[in-house]
Design a protein around this ligand. Structure first.
Ligand code: GDP
Length: 177
């Protein structure tokens, strides 16, 4: 399907990962529906949402998967990563531990996902400026070191969410085309 009779050129599977409560679900609903839901949560079980966009005159359906709470139980399985062309790896700029765990999530991706997967590191909750504990430079350095793209976002305000997804989808397009 798609919008009306529009032809889909590509379907790109993207997974969203990272510690609990960093804002994965909100980032996804911001991108897929342009919504922020103040009382979300969340059935257990993998779910995805889609949004169809045009990049380089190609109609691309992004199928974006949410762990839907499974990361709490370390139950993100290889089925979740299967076929994924991109990953949004999210931490919370106000919680140091969520950034410290990013290396572990990268290892998890390298172990379970395709080795051509495009990874974007996301520092979310950038609206909470007074509560920031993870300096931007630390994340920039880590991202450069690991070959990841990097954005700071606010799912609450919508800042940079669109830019981060479009960048990821463009980079995936460059890999597959
Ligand atoms: P998940 O467990 O990673 O899917 O995280 P959620 O999307 O459920 O978000 C966890 C909590 O952080 C919720 O209370 C959200 O309302 C809040 N949250 C998510 N994104 C943002 C953001 O960009 N800014 C702020 N201030 N709060 C956010």
């Amino acid at each position: 399907q798609g919008r009306g009779h529009e032809k889909i050129d590509y379907v790109f599977k993207v997974v969203v990962i990272g510690d609990s409560a960093v804002g994965k679900t909100q980032i996804l609903s911001r991108f897929a529906k342009n919504e922020f839901c103040f009382d979300s949560k969340s059935t257990i079980g993998v779910e995805f949402q889609t949004r169809t966009v045009t990049i380089n005159s190609k109609v691309i359906k992004a199928q974006i998967w949410d762990t839907a709470g499974q990361e709490r139980y370390r139950a993100v399985t290889s089925a979740y990563y299967r076929g994924a062309l991109g990953a949004m790896l999210v931490y919370d700029i106000t919680k140091r531990q969520t950034f410290d765990h990013v290396a572990r999530w990268v290892e998890e991706l390298r172990a379970h996902a395709d080795n051509t997967i495009v990874i974007t590191l996301i520092g979310n909750k950038a609206d909470l400026v007074d509560l920031r504990v993870v300096p931007t430079e630390d994340a920039v350095e880590f991202a450069e070191d690991q070959g990841l793209f990097f954005f700071e976002t606010s799912a609450l305000r919508g800042d940079n969410v669109e830019a981060a997804f479009f960048n990821l989808l463009e980079e995936i397009y460059n890999v597959v085309s």
